[in-house]
Design a protein around this ligand. Structure first.
Ligand SMILES: C[S@@+](CC[C@H](N)C(=O)[O-])C[C@H]1O[C@@H](n2cnc3c(N)ncnc32)[C@H](O)[C@@H]1O
Ligand SMILES: [Zn+2]
Length: 268
């Protein structure tokens, strides 16, 4: 069984209601929705870190409409082939839990630095456990998990290697260069394709498999087009002109380019 650790002193936490406690009397309330906030102020670099409530709601509505179902399906397939006996899965930067809720394992843990995301996730999936925490300091002991996921979220490779068992699997999902190019062509007048390292070499890991998933989809309402924007990092850097151009659009056909990298944790 996975026992979370106190983010202040590193001691194991008892996971009972109404609050999780360590032997040094640090205490963390279990929220009404069932999640626990383990993000100490020292690891919080802003008042509301991570995705905002509006972004989280937009992503939930977009994902619940099923547009990214092929991504979830590919993830299920890769977990089934590379970690078929995984008893424990950690989704780092889990957002509102869309992907984790579709996987099966004895223990499923999701962490996200956004409290709003975790609140939605805990409400969506009662049988997984969700924590507000940073992927940069995971509140788990070494070699705790069989499988770690990062779906369109950050890769804290050293920390993921630490919490994975030897032979454990890390599935990294990234946006490729041509991901959502129709959306990008509306919001950026000049499309600069930045070169990205889509299959990074990660210390302590061996790249076992890489695959790109591309499929088309069409959004039929202005609201759904805005939801898509809010799911992407473009929402942080869109210009006023770009936002105005997109606000005029009520139908958008686009394509994904989603890169799946499956890494194996090397022996310690
Ligand atoms: C693009 S979203 C992806 C969410 C989800 N994995 C999905 O694909 O639906 C990236 C997520 O990473 C979270 N995040 C950002 N920095 C983080 C950190 N240091 N630790 C954990 N989560 C973080 C954000 O709050 C956000 O929910
Ligand atoms: Zn403590």
């Amino acid at each position: 069984m996975i026992i979370p650790l106190c983010p202040v002193c590193g001691a194991p936490l008892t996971t009972e209601k109404p609050a999780w406690k360590c032997r040094n009397n640090h205490s963390f309330d279990v929220a009404r929705q069932g999640y626990v906030n383990l993000l100490p102020v020292t690891q919080k670099h802003s008042l509301h870190p991570g995705d905002t409530a509006a972004m989280v709601a937009a992503r939930r509505d977009f994902l619940n409409a099923g547009y990214y179902e092929p991504v979830a399906e590919k993830l299920r397939e890769l977990v089934a082939s590379y970690a078929p006996h995984a008893e424990s899965i950690l989704d780092a930067g889990c957002g509102e839990g869309y992907y984790l809720s579709q996987l099966e394992a004895k223990e499923r843990w999701g962490v996200d630095i956004s409290k709003d995301a975790v609140r939605f996730a805990a409400a969506r999936e009662k049988s997984a456990r969700f924590l507000v925490a940073t992927a940069a300091h995971l509140p788990f002991s070494d070699a705790a998990f069989d499988c770690v996921l990062s779906m369109f979220a950050l890769t804290a490779a050293a920390e993921f290697a630490r919490v994975l068992k030897d032979g454990g699997i890390f599935i990294q999902v990234l946006a490729g260069e041509k991901h959502l190019s129709a959306l990008k062509s509306v919001i950026y007048p000049m499309l600069l394709e930045k070169e990205k390292n889509l299959h990074p070499q990660l210390d302590s890991f061996t790249l076992l498999h890489k695959e790109t998933l591309s499929f088309a989809f069409t959004l039929e309402t202005r609201e759904m087009v805005q939801n898509l924007l809010c799911m992407t990092p473009h929402v942080w850097r869109i210009s006023k002109n770009g936002a105005e151009a997109l606000a005029r659009i009520s139908r958008l056909s686009d394509r994904t380019e989603v890169v799946f990298n499956v890494y194996g944790r090397q022996k310690r």
